[in-house]
Ligand binder design. Structure first.
Ligand code: NAD
Length: 236
């Protein structure tokens, strides 16, 4: 913890790269933990339900799962989200790159956030492009439709869809210019997102995760624990 605090004190362009584990302390389950979505029993796997193929072929079933498990509009930012926003404010952190779609970094006050997998807070009509709020999707029944009659789709990157180019460019630029990269709450198994850490050129690579990841052996510091608890003890 002291080492992480020291790294942050000496940094002016730190980048945080996070995954679903960053929001578990806000009550949103991740995919691969013991209590994650992949351990829960569904007729169809969550990976398939969150694929573009499934969205277009089983839209109603997609929305049943999505409303139930992915639209956690009740969730509030935890200590990690809040500390990261404060670090940006004081000029230590230049960006957050996240695989999460829950919008909790922005809710905590972070401004520079690259959402590699999109956000539940943006939704648009596939026919006319009109935008809709996450609350609209949550309150609607069955397949949400636009006033023009078109089907509304969340701006979330589903399995089988490409990442947004501008977001990728911004994230790569931030990571490649970073003097410190903190990777946290991710199993680093979802591609291409997991490959983004390869753009880091700085000296101090920090990993915070409850369980081992493929990156551990390459890090200058590995903290095995809860990301929110750890960040609440960081003093910069
Ligand atoms: P993952 O489920 O594959 O891995 C999460 C990792 O975080 C695990 O290694 C787990 O041990 C660790 N972890 C869980 N809680 C933690 C905590 N409090 N502190 C430290 N470590 C913790 O998640 P992933 O690698 O992000 O990949 C899953 C994909 O699903 C991503 O694309 C992600 O965006 C998406 N997803 C997003 C949300 C969300 O937006 N909150 C939730 C579920 C899944």
């Amino acid at each position: 913890m002291n080492k992480l605090s020291e790294y942050l004190r000496n940094s002016s362009r730190a980048v945080f790269f996070g995954g679903a584990g960053v929001s578990t302390e806000s009550g949103i389950p991740d995919f691969r933990s013991e209590d994650g979505l992949y351990r829960q029993k569904y007729d169809v796997s969550p990976e398939e339900m969150l694929s573009a193929d499934y969205f277009y072929s089983h839209t109603a079933q997609f929305y049943d799962f999505y409303r139930d498990k992915m639209l956690a509009l009740w969730a509030k930012p935890n200590a990690a989200h809040k500390k990261l926003a404060a670090l940006e404010e004081t000029g230590k952190l230049s960006a957050v790159v996240t695989q999460n779609i829950d919008g909790l970094h922005q809710a905590a006050g972070s401004k520079k956030v690259f959402e590699l997998h999109g956000s539940v807070h943006r939704n648009h009509c596939l026919q006319c492009g009109k935008g809709y709020s996450a609350q609209f999707i949550l309150s609607s029944k069955g397949v949400p439709h636009c006033t023009c009659g078109g089907v509304i789709k969340p701006d979330v990157v589903l399995y089988g869809e490409p990442l947004d180019e501008e977001t990728v460019e911004g994230a790569v630029k931030a990571i490649s210019r970073a003097d410190l990269l903190i990777v946290a709450g991710t199993s680093l198994t979802v591609w291409p997102a997991a490959g983004f850490v390869e753009y880091f050129r700085g000296d101090n690579l920090v990993l915070i995760n409850r369980t081992p990841t493929p990156l551990d052996s390459r890090c200058s510091l590995v903290l095995r624990g809860k990301v929110g608890e750890i960040f609440s003890e960081v003093e910069v």
